[in-house]
Design a protein around this ligand. Structure first.
Ligand code: GLA
Length: 467
């Protein structure tokens, strides 16, 4: 069989699941065949980077808070062969959906139009080029991410970060550039700002640092490290509870709002910080506001937000109140506050602050085996994303409700940036298959959308697959 020669190498990555690795073998072999067909025969190297599901802790990472993601066994695969010039020829095994692209690696690569898939590869190439401080060799590359092995695109499961990560891995390896995992994770996080959204570090960190059968409690606040440009991050593996599964449902709602709304949320959090700093100048990120840090009850912290933060404000109102001072201007050096945008500061900050507390409570609940409490925290996180962060939508709220109505479901919440995308449900293992079938059928009947789902399996972090 065509995939047999890869079986042993792939079992080490994907686990000993015969049919599964057999299918993976065909996928790897097909990607190599595609490279031979498009770029000519010859040796090539394989790299993979997984997507992720975030179990709890949404929109906290760029506020220096806590997240708890887990890498999926769905990944983006690259098969790549170095070139002697700096040209990158990029193909995809789904050429209608992701057309072929060509570009030249430099320290300033002109982006393709907004939303083009090549931008994630360009982002990686530019960042690795800058880190190397020298010219890089380009590559002939085929990317592969179709179902069921690939990360579903535009679903909030980090297919784009997986592409950035796997491309950065490939460019570094093909150019003999040794980048420690943490350095690569930071490089990829910042690299992705190239596409225009000011995301945090979660997606790239979990894609690179994941361990099989573990989620990761990641503290997104950089701590002083060996050098100023090499901070440390605190992270703790979170064993997955035995007897339970995470089931993911894709709402299949077009996620048009994500790109525009994401940066508005980042701005709302930064405005909140600027306003809170007038009372407590030591605050640099919303992470600094917590019951423990302030020595208050959670209710008192929320009352403080009611006192200090406006429900809504605008750039103009902030200017009149002289809030757009040097501190705030410095915070917005990298992008602008829009003239006609209403910023709903208080409820956004409330989400971030309560979400940080929920992540830490989740870690404690799982450590204590209190699965009911963890489920309840997931439900509360969904309400907060929906009401306070306004990053859900009716279809995703419906999905979460449909999940909770099923026997065996302990909690369900929107995962990822939101505005569509996926819901993750925490389910008793013996109910997982039924819940998957019931929720999918009911969601399709109610919305007419092709929502689908799967039971999660975890995977190790990104790397080269040596065959
Ligand atoms: C996107 C970003 C992440 C994070 C999530 C929301 O996935 O890339 O950094 O902010 O949204 O939690």
């Amino acid at each position: 069989m065509v995939g047999d020669w890869l079986e042993a190498a792939l079992a080490a990555v994907y686990g000993e699941q015969g049919v599964w690795t057999g299918g993976q073998g065909r996928r790897y072999a097909a990607a190599l065949d595609a490279l031979s067909a498009w770029a000519g025969p010859g040796p090539a190297r394989f790299f993979r980077a997984p997507g992720r599901v975030n179990l709890i802790g949404e929109h906290t990472d760029y506020n220096h808070g806590y997240v708890m993601p887990m890498a999926l066994d769905k990944d983006i695969l690259l098969v790549a062969r170095p070139r002697s010039d700096a040209v990158v020829n990029l193909w995809n095994v789904e050429p209608e959906r992701f057309p072929a692209r060509t570009f030249v690696i430099s320290a300033e690569i002109p982006p393709s139009p907004l939303g083009d898939w090549a931008n994630y590869v360009k982002a990686a190439a530019q960042a690795v080029r800058r880190a190397a401080g020298r010219e890089l060799r380009g590559a002939d590359i085929v990317a592969s991410g179709p179902a069921p092995w690939g990360v579903p695109p535009a679903a909030g499961l980090s297919s784009s970060s997986a592409l950035t990560v796997v491309a950065a891995l490939a460019f570094a390896a093909l150019n003999d550039l040794a980048l420690p995992k943490l350095a690569l994770a930071r490089l990829c996080s910042e690299a992705e700002w190239y596409v225009g959204t000011r995301g945090g570090i979660m997606d790239q960190f979990i894609s690179i640092l994941a361990e099989r059968d573990r989620a990761l409690l990641l503290d997104c606040r950089p701590q002083p490290g060996e050098r100023p440009d090499a901070p440390r991050y605190e992270m703790r593996p979170v064993p997955l509870p035995a007897g339970y599964r995470f089931v993911i449902f894709n709402s299949a709602v077009p996620r048009e709002k994500t790109k525009s709304q994401f940066n508005v949320r980042v701005a709302e959090c930064r405005i909140g910080v600027a306003l809170l700093r007038r009372r407590s100048p030591g605050i640099t990120h919303l992470r600094d506001i917590s019951a423990e840090a302030l020595g208050l009850s959670q209710a008192a912290v929320l009352a403080l937000l009611d006192d200090l933060l406006p429900e809504a404000t605008t750039r103009q109102a902030l200017a009149v109140q002289r809030v757009l001072d040097d501190a705030l201007n410095a915070m917005f050096a990298d992008f602008r506050l829009e003239e006609d945008q209403v910023y709903r500061v208080r409820r956004r900050c409330r989400h971030v602050i309560t979400e940080n507390a929920r992540v830490l409570a989740s870690e404690a609940a799982l450590a204590a085996g209190d699965v009911q409490r963890f489920g309840a925290l997931m439900n509360a996180a969904h309400e907060s994303m929906s009401r306070d962060y306004e990053a859900s939508c009716p279809e995703v709220d419906l999905l979460a409700d449909l999940c909770r109505a099923c026997e065996g479901v302990l909690g369900a919440r929107v995962t990822g940036a939101g505005w569509g995308g996926c819901v993750v449900a925490f389910v008793a293992a013996d109910a997982a298959a039924d819940v998957l079938a019931q929720v999918t059928a009911r969601y399709r009947a109610a919305t007419g959308l092709p929502g689908e789902g799967f039971v999660c399996a975890s995977a190790p972090g990104a790397g080269e697959v040596t065959v």
